[in-house]
Design a protein around this ligand. Structure first.
Ligand SMILES: [Zn+2]
Ligand SMILES: [Zn+2]
Length: 69
C-alpha cells in the first residue's frame, strides 16, 4: 500500500486569495494591509519592525516609506 502524504493544509491552497499575487492560502496565513485593507498572503506584505504595521507592497511603494537610512 502506497501511503501518499497530503500536503499540510497551510501549503495546500485555501479559501482565501491574495489580492496581489493571487496565491491561495488559509486565513491563518493571511496578512491584511493596514492601508488598503486588502487580504494578502504573507509574501506580499511587509511588517514595519518599529510599529508592527502591516503594509502590502503596493501601499509600501505608494507611501514611499523605504527609508533605509
Ligand atoms: Zn501574495
Ligand atoms: Zn495595501
Amino acid at each position: 500500500m502506497a501511503t501518499k502524504k497530503p500536503l499540510p493544509y497551510w501549503l495546500d491552497g485555501g479559501p482565501e486569495t491574495c489580492a496581489l499575487c493571487g496565491h491561495t492560502h488559509v486565513l491563518q496565513a493571511q496578512r491584511r494591509c493596514a492601508a488598503c485593507d486588502r487580504p494578502n498572503c504573507e509574501h506580499c506584505v511587509t511588517v514595519n519592525r518599529e510599529t508592527g504595521e502591516v503594509l502590502c507592497h503596493e501601499c509600501l511603494e505608494a507611501a514611499g516609506t523605504e527609508e533605509n537610512a
